[in-house]
Design a protein around this ligand. Structure first.
Ligand code: RIB
Ligand code: CA
Length: 310
């Protein structure tokens, strides 16, 4: 039984990740910390609370940091809209529930320190909360089994030509995460997510499910899948759920050790994850970088998990 903590900027791919965690048979899901990213914190927090309520997830949710360590907040509203999640129709209805606390960093530290076993931390948003935890108590690394994060890229970016969104929103936080000694890190970057492609056939499969939970999902699958082309002809990579697909079946992926550093100065490259695979006795790796994925199997795992909630 693995203990996990999720840090998220609750958008649509984050939603799918939460659904996968909710049905994973062998996980002790300790909590959720919410961070600004896809949208400002009030929106990502409201999204997380809606997802928990409507899909009956049993996990405490805490409000985290509303802005990056050392930069103005950038969000993905320009692509995803004001709720940080595109939809082709319905919206997740509002809920009256409140978070279980307004200091996610303290809550995460408490959970990690109390856990009888080291905890796998899953980060699928900007790394502001995670870096704040590491800064607050550097010795916490002994309570972290592994930090598994969706972010960065071994090649091109998506928010800028050089930088992936989660890293680009808070490069200083990502730099702390990559530099912290004694922390085991596993990175799922754009390079591997681009092998996991959502197509119209997947949207149509979800549209065939019945019930309002299925309809909310289908409308958001439809809106998300059309991000690259209004008619959905251009497949759309699926990002965050690759992490939970790996948790369920590590054999779907291959990894390579690398020295990963985050550019925090570059005028054109700020937020870039510079991945150096020339590692060995004289140059230690600090990250296991996902290089290949069985994309079809990952999508199937996502749909199977989502189906169990509808
Ligand atoms: O670049 C993709 C990442 O940015 C995903 O985590 C998505 O949810 C957004 O946070
Ligand atoms: Ca995310």
């Amino acid at each position: 039984m693995r203990s996990v903590w999720l840090d998220t900027d609750a958008g649509f791919d984050d939603w799918l990740t939460m659904l996968m965690l909710g049905v994973h048979p062998d996980l002790r899901w300790l909590g959720v910390s919410v961070v600004a990213g896809n949208a400002p914190l009030p929106v990502t927090l409201a999204n997380a609370l809606r997802i928990r309520h409507h899909y009956q997830l049993r996990v405490p949710i805490f409000a985290g940091r509303p802005s990056p360590l050392n930069a103005p907040l950038q969000t993905a509203e320009y692509v995803l809209g004001p709720r940080g999640m595109r939809t082709a129709g319905s919206y997740l209805p509002d809920v009256a529930s409140s978070p279980d606390g307004d200091d996610a960093v303290a809550a995460m530290l408490d959970a990690l320190n109390r856990s009888p076993e080291p905890v796998t931390v899953i980060a699928i948003g900007p790394l502001t909360n995670v870096a704040s935890v590491l800064k607050a108590q550097p010795s916490i690394v002994s309570r972290i089994e592994e930090l598994v994060f969706m972010g960065g890229s071994t090649d091109r970016g998506n928010h800028t030509p050089a930088a992936e969104f989660n890293i680009c929103v808070d490069p200083e936080a990502a730099d702390i995460v990559c530099q912290t000694p004694g922390l085991k890190r596993r990175m799922f970057g754009l390079n591997v997510c681009r092998q996991v492609l959502l197509e119209r056939q997947h949207v149509e499969a979800v549209q065939a499910w019945s019930g309002e939970r299925a309809r909310w999902l289908a409308d958001h699958f439809d809106g998300y899948q059309r991000i690259r082309s209004a008619d959905g002809v251009v497949p759309m990579p699926l990002y965050d759920p690759v992490v939970t697909a790996w948790l369920s079946d590590p054999d779907l992926f291959t990894f390579q050790p690398a020295r990963v550093d985050v550019e925090v100065e570059g005028r054109l490259t700020r937020g870039m994850t510079v991945c150096d695979f020339r590692v060995g006795p004289s140059r230690a790796a600090n990250v296991e970088v996902a290089m290949t994925a069985d994309g079809a199997a990952v999508i199937e795992a996502v749909l199977q998990a989502a189906r169990k909630h509808c």
